[in-house]
Each structure stands twice: as structure tokens, then as C-alpha cells.
Design a protein around this ligand. Structure first.
Ligand code: MLT
Length: 396
């Protein structure tokens, strides 16, 4: 159990007539977990020592599964934003027995003094919950009512990285750290990573408009889009809706075709499996398919943790968005107007190299790069080679 984790048992007196943990009790358990973690770390009096009281300004909770008397819930606490006087804490409650995600909550606090005026967040809070990770490059930006976690680094023409399913922006870790000469922007899409996960409203158009809204906030008129797999499907939708904002395009381990009828059924079957057996079953099914044989143990562990952290509403939303996406083949001839790079892992078992070859063939003037030793996720599996391929394309 990590330093920011605490186990709490569900008692019958916290449950409703159906024997489910009551939503008001959830609030108390989230609060208890926060105090327990402080008690084991900087001390429960960390706020009073600094004369700064944390007042809750906003609470958002997603309930995923019922919790029953006797269940032991593991609460995980992480700071997702620390401002001058406010901070945001994301908490998850998982059933310890099988790691099933029970609830996800986000609390926004403002530190106030005895007169009720905002005052700085005690420094011990930031350093305890995010040891060694205070990083100004990761911000929370609210776009169209949803708070997105976004990493931005460097300066120059902007490149927008769009991750796939069920992943997050950290698949682009190496490219965002090392692609010199560009402003690298990597958001967690709504419903994935550390972004908010609303229950409803997911579609390719929603993701594309979120990204356009994000670019507006960041003051970027136009970008090179770099989308992996589902990120490529979103890039196509972005091109349909915001064509003037795209200066160049990287299509990585993706395809232009819509789902065939059997593929659409498979999306629904996968969602039913997640609802019945939990996100761990999805991770068991997907991790071996996504990586090339012999992937490094660290990459396997990073990918598994990423999938396990994806909230169920985000998974459901992405599955329905992919199931209902339009066929984008009609767009391909028009892409002659911008530079396009098609990339594929040589051992991609999800979208094989032959699909990438046909895609590059259908786009006039497109370049094709095959990344040796990679499966469906070249930026994670062969990070240096993938960054080098992007650098060659962007700085010919
Ligand atoms: C992805 O990596 O985004 C998905 O595997 C794409 C898909 O399932 O079509």
C-alpha cells in the first residue's frame, strides 16, 4: 500500500435499505481517508499549524459499483492541481479483494484563514502528496465544462498528441520530453487518465471539439495533429470539423475505416465484460494484444496500471464513440494539402502494418515509417525510434 493509500471497512450502519453503502457515507469515507493519510504523513494538524483551513468548494463523485457491508475499500489520494490558495484532490475507492473501481471523486479546496480570506496552500501538502513530482508542465484546463489534465512543454509550432484507448497522455512521455523545436501538447482525453470522466456525452465529435477548445485556451491557431489508434480516429473527426486548424498530420497505428458490423458488436461485448468482471479483466485481455512479444516488464506494468486507472464511464464512452465513428476514407485524397506521416509498429496485432501501408498509399504524398520491435504502441515500446521518426518528419 502506498503512502497516499488507506484501507477502510464498510459497516452496516453506513448502508441503505438495500445494503449498499449510502452516498452520504461515501462522502464521510472519502473525508476519513484524507484525514487518515494526513495522520500518517505530515500530521492532522498540518493545516492548523499553517493557520490555513481547507474549505471544500466543489465536489464531484462518480459511483461505479455498489459497496457492501464487510467490503474493505482501498482509498487512493492524489493531488491533481496545486494553485496558490486552492488545490484539487482526486480520490479513488477500490474494493481491496479484486481491485474493482467503486467510486472516483474530485474535491476542490480553497485554503482560508480565520477571517475566511483565501491564503496560500501549506507547502507540506503539495510535497507530501506528490513527492518529487511538482511539475508546472502539467495543468488542469477546463474545456466545455470538463476539467482536462494537459501536459505542455517547449516552444515553437504546436504539435498536439492524441492518445488511444484505454490509455492516457503518458504514452507520449518520451516524445513530449524530447521532441525539440516544438510546443508539445498532450492532454488526457475526457474519461481517461487524470481528466474528468462525465457519465454521458462521448463521441468523436465531442473529443474533437474538446481539443479545439483546448487549443483556443492555449492560444494555438493551428497544429500538427499526432494521433495514435483511437487518437487517429479523433484526428480524422478534427479534420472534418476544424480543417483550417491542421497544418500537418501523423497517423500512428490507426485506420480510416469505420467499424464493420462484427466490430461494432465486439465494442458492446467488451463493455458488458467490463461491467461484469471489472477493468482488471479488460487489462488482462488487452495488454498482451497491445505490445509486441517480449516487451520490457516496465512497459507491461506501466500499460496495465494505465488501463486499470481508466474510469468505467470513460471506457464506456470511448467504446461507443469508436463503435459509432464515421468512415474517414473519403477524406484521404484531400489530405494532399498538408504533410502527412503514417507510422506503424512492425508487430502491431491490432491494426497490422498492411493497413498502414494501404493508408499511406491512399494519401497523396504521405510518408510511411515502420517502427521495428514495436506492436500497437510505438511511442511507449520504442520511444527513441518513434521520437526520431517524428523529428525527421517535422524537421525534414
Ligand atoms: C486504440 O488503441 O485506441 C484502440 O485499440 C483502437 C480500436 O480499438 O479500434
Amino acid at each position: 500500500m502506498g503512502a497516499s493509500e488507506v484501507d477502510l471497512t464498510v459497516y452496516p450502519d453506513e448502508c441503505d435499505a438495500f445494503g449498499h453503502l449510502n452516498q452520504a457515507s461515501f462522502l464521510s469515507l472519502f473525508e476519513r481517508a484524507r484525514w487518515e493519510v494526513l495522520a500518517h504523513g505530515p500530521g492532522m494538524d498540518v493545516f492548523s499549524r499553517a493557520g490555513a483551513w481547507p474549505a471544500v468548494r466543489k465536489t464531484t463523485i462518480d459511483y461505479h459499483l455498489a459497496a457492501l457491508p464487510g467490503d474493505v475499500l482501498r482509498f487512493h489520494q492524489a493531488l491533481t492541481h496545486v494553485g496558490r490558495t486552492s488545490f484539487t484532490m482526486r480520490q479513488t475507492a477500490r474494493r481491496r479483494a479484486d481491485d474493482a473501481l467503486i467510486a472516483t471523486a474530485e474535491f476542490v479546496f480553497v485554503c482560508i484563514n480565520r477571517e475566511g480570506r483565501p491564503i496560500p496552500v501549506p507547502t507540506e501538502i503539495g510535497s507530501y502528496f506528490t513527492p518529487g513530482q511538482a511539475d508546472d508542465a502539467i495543468q488542469r484546463i477546463t474545456v466545455r465544462g470538463v476539467s482536462l489534465a494537459v501536459e505542455t512543454r517547449g516552444s515553437g509550432p504546436a504539435v498536439l498528441f492524441i492518445h488511444g484507448y484505454p490509455l492516457d497522455r503518458t504514452i507520449w512521455q518520451h516524445q513530449v520530453a524530447h521532441l525539440e523545436g516544438f510546443r508539445r501538447i498532450a492532454p488526457d482525453l475526457r474519461g481517461m487518465g487524470r481528466s474528468d470522466a462525465p457519465d454521458l456525452g462521448y463521441s468523436m465529435a465531442t473529443y474533437a471539439d474538446d481539443l479545439a477548445g483546448l487549443l483556443e485556451v492555449l492560444g494555438e491557431e493551428s497544429v500538427v495533429l499526432c494521433g495514435l489508434s483511437m487518437g487517429g480516429y479523433i484526428a480524422f473527426e478534427f479534420l472534418r470539423r476544424h480543417p483550417d486548424r491542421v497544418r500537418g498530420l501523423v497517423l500512428m497505428d490507426t485506420k480510416a475505416e469505420a467499424d464493420p458490423p462484427e466490430g461494432r458488436k465486439a465494442r458492446d461485448a467488451q463493455l458488458a465484460m467490463v461491467r461484469e468482471s471489472g477493468v482488471a479483466a479488460l487489462a488482462d485481455q488487452m495488454v498482451p494484444k497491445l505490445l509486441a512479444p517480449g516487451a520490457a516488464a516496465g512497459t507491461v506494468a506501466q500499460l496495465r496500471a494505465m488501463i486499470l486507472a481508466t474510469p468505467v464511464p470513460g471506457l464506456a464512452g470511448a467504446l461507443s464513440a469508436m463503435r459509432d465513428r464515421a468512415d474517414s476514407r473519403v477524406l484521404l485524397p484531400e489530405l494532399a494539402r498538408i504533410p502527412v506521416l503514417v507510422v506503424s509498429g512492425e508487430a502491431d496485432a491490432v491494426i497490422p502494418v498492411s493497413v498502414a501501408e494501404a493508408l499511406a498509399e491512399a494519401i497523396p504524398g504521405a510518408h510511411l515509417e515502420i517502427i521495428g520491435g514495436a506492436g500497437h504502441l510505438p511511442p511507449m515500446e520504442q520511444p527513441e525510434a518513434t521520437t526520431a521518426a517524428l523529428q525527421r518528419f517535422l524537421n525534414p
